[in-house]
Write a protein that binds this ligand. Structure first.
Ligand code: 5GP
Length: 204
């Protein structure tokens, strides 16, 4: 029998919902899940390490990666490119290991087209008021920009319909537990196990 493939897990959701924080908290736990490191043209923030948080690229290099089909998906977000290197994702799932991608919603929909068998998790803010306060809390944006971001966020929330699971991010540790529970449940799905256990019966 072919080795069972790992799960491709996509964690997405509206801007400001806390995808990075939740994924970071999951990463600190001792799970068997691998993490996809994205490529980006945005400049590193303080404390970010090349190859750990992102592969930081010049625009020309990123465009080469697009041209050479090295990205599973990519998107332009607030003036920068972000994309998922495809080779690591394929190698990981082919080895039977799970991998999680933390990406914005446009990219997530593109992954769904190429990997319909992926597990798509939508991280949901507990309320719009909470989302607004997180967006405001980030920096010095004007009222106009905040309102624009809120409009975009509402459109993004509407994308929830295209996902398999919705996880509320009321508290980071609870969101992490829910994601781990989803991964466990996905591993127990009949479709994943039927071949293995049918063989078991045939051997007897
Ligand atoms: P930040 O600049 O704050 O690290 O990320 C900005 C947004 O880009 C976040 O919503 C994050 O989830 C998203 N992002 C990070 N990596 C990728 C990627 O490889 N592809 C896509 N489509 N979005 C990404």
């Amino acid at each position: 029998m072919d080795k069972e493939k790992g799960l491709l897990i996509v964690l997405s959701g509206p801007a400001g919902v806390g995808k990075g924080t939740v994924c970071g908290a999951l990463r600190q736990q001792d799970t068997d899940i691998q993490y996809s490191v994205s490529a980006t043209t945005r400049k590193p923030r303080q404390g970010e390490v090349d190859g750990v948080n992102y592969f930081f690229k010049e625009k020309e290099h990123f465009e080469e990666m697009i041209k050479n089909d090295q990205l599973l998906e990519w998107a332009e977000y607030v003036g920068n490119y972000y994309g998922t290197p495809v080779d690591y994702v394929r190698e990981t799932i082919n080895k039977g290991q799970d991998i999680i991608l933390e990406i914005e919603v446009q990219g997530a929909l593109k992954v769904r087209e190429r990997f319909p068998e992926g597990v798509f998790i939508f991280l949901m803010p507990p309320s719009l008021a909470e989302l607004r306060s997180r967006i405001v809390g980030r920096g010095t944006e004007t009222e106009e920009i905040i309102n624009k971001r809120m409009t975009v966020a509402k459109e993004e929330i509407d994308m929830m319909k295209r996902y398999d699971y919705v996880v509320e991010n009321d508290e980071v540790h609870l969101a992490v537990e829910r994601i781990k529970a989803i991964v466990t449940a996905e591993h127990c799905k009949r479709e994943r196990l039927i071949e293995k256990y049918t063989q078991l019966v045939e051997v007897q």
